[in-house]
Design a protein around this ligand. Structure first.
Ligand SMILES: Cc1ncc(COP(=O)(O)O)c(C=O)c1O
Length: 394
């Protein structure tokens, strides 16, 4: 049996691979602190759990739902976009997906023909490039001129645009950098996209994890014409500690949402009914727990940043969102004779038991990613071990 060319060209997820390596070492009896996690370390709030249990007990979660989601959840999402984005989407412009990840996949499948190019600012979340390839598109990695902020400008995009460029992928707050684009920066990018007929897919999954007065803004809001020129992808995973439930939302032009629903209907049918009932409560119920988690992340960011910014040879701009730090470790590697960040990260794991993700999967051989979705104590202990590694190795 020979696998398809499509299947063979997919790279494994760097983040899932790093997490698996950490688990393997732990299973062998080693003490491991994993800073690889891409999900909140909290349990889903009780009120959400209870509604899910209710829907199981009263039988409503037993059945298929409409492909594009339960009407009550679509209404809650419509209300969410109204209050958070000040946008009025019709219900037919909204769909529910089994995770934001599948929403992105369905979008690329619906948008791309063979050879269509998608501009992906680097560093980027590991799945974008692989999903574009699965849809027979071509990921084009846009290097930001400003290597400190890691934010792209129209001038950066212009260097990579060809007559095959169809889509710009945006992600702010970003994974892995935690950077947030300002309204001014987004407006310039929106104008560029409108002028060159580039459709925008914006992954806003971290929109509610912003800290210290930073303001989330989305490309879709920057010009009235952007509503028809943008697909917004978001969901409940990160905000409500619901990664395991697999619920995402998409909002955009009717034609695209319809095509994505057709793709979803023939691939997954519908997102799990029980998870949709849970998501209704997440959006309509008390926001107290979500706010508490956001505050905890905000405190953890301060503590984590203070510890990492002083590590010898680590260089870092303080992020304002998500729950990752993405320091440039060129200097630290040079001092210790490393040229390969994967080897650097592998040795840190081997010698200290601290698991990190190498920047390679995000498009950088100079960075590594640390997640602060762990307790402050565990994070501080991990950084102490990394400091020992950096100083003793010299
Ligand atoms: C940038 C980004 N987009 C999307 C996702 C996937 O979200 P979901 O759990 O809703 O599929 C993740 C999860 O790590 C992410 O980091």
């Amino acid at each position: 049996m020979k696998l398809s060319t499509r299947a063979q060209q997919i790279s494994p997820s760097a983040t899932l691979q790093a997490a698996a390596m950490a688990r393997k070492l732990k299973a062998s009896g080693r003490d491991v602190i994993s800073l690889t996690v891409g999900e909140p370390d909290f349990f889903t709030p009780k009120n959400i759990q209870e509604k899910a249990i209710e829907s199981i007990r009263d039988g409503s979660a037993s059945f298929y739902t409409p492909t594009d989601g339960l009407p009550a959840l679509k209404k809650a999402v419509q209300e969410y976009f109204h209050t958070s984005y000040h946008l009025n989407y019709e219900l037919k412009e909204i769909m529910i997906n089994p995770g934001a990840k599948f929403g992105l996949y369905a979008a690329f499948m619906a948008l791309l023909n063979t050879g269509d190019e998608v501009l992906i600012p680097t560093p980027y979340w590991v799945s974008y490039s692989e999903q574009v390839k699965l849809a027979d598109g071509v990921p084009i990695f846009v290097e930001p001129f400003d290597q400190k902020s890691c934010k792209v400008t129209p001038a950066d995009l212009e260097k990579y645009r060809t007559d095959k460029t169809k889509v710009l992928l945006m992600n702010s707050p970003a994974n892995p950098t935690g950077m947030i684009y300002t309204k001014e920066e987004l407006t310039a990018l929106a104008d560029y996209c409108l002028a060159h007929d580039l459709f925008v897919v914006t992954d806003d999954i971290y929109s509610q994890l912003v800290y210290h007065g930073a303001e989330f803004a989305s490309m879709v809001n920057m010009r009235p014409a952007m509503k028809e020129n943008t697909l917004v992808i978001t969901g409940v995973s990160k905000t409500y500690a619901m990664t395991g439930w697999r619920i995402g939302f998409a909002a955009g032009p009717v034609k695209l949402i319809h095509a994505m629903s057709e793709i979803q209907s023939h691939s997954t049918s519908n997102p799990a009914a029980v998870s949709q009932y849970a998501a209704i409560e997440a959006l309509n119920g008390s926001q107290k727990e979500a706010e508490k988690m956001q505050e905890t992340f905000s405190k953890r960011l301060d503590a984590a940043y203070d510890l990492v910014v002083v590590l010898p040879g680590f260089s870092l701009v303080k992020p304002q969102g998500a729950f990752y730090l993405f320091p440039d470790v060129t200097e630290a590697m040079e001092k210790l004779g490393y040229t390969d960040v994967e080897k650097f990260v592998a040795d840190i794991l081997e010698e200290t038991g601290v698991a990190l993700v190498a920047g390679t999967g995000f498009g950088s051989n100079r960075h590594l990613r640390l997640s602060y979705a762990v307790s402050q104590e565990a994070f501080a202990k991990a950084i102490g071990l990394i400091l020992e590694f950096l100083t003793l190795k010299k």
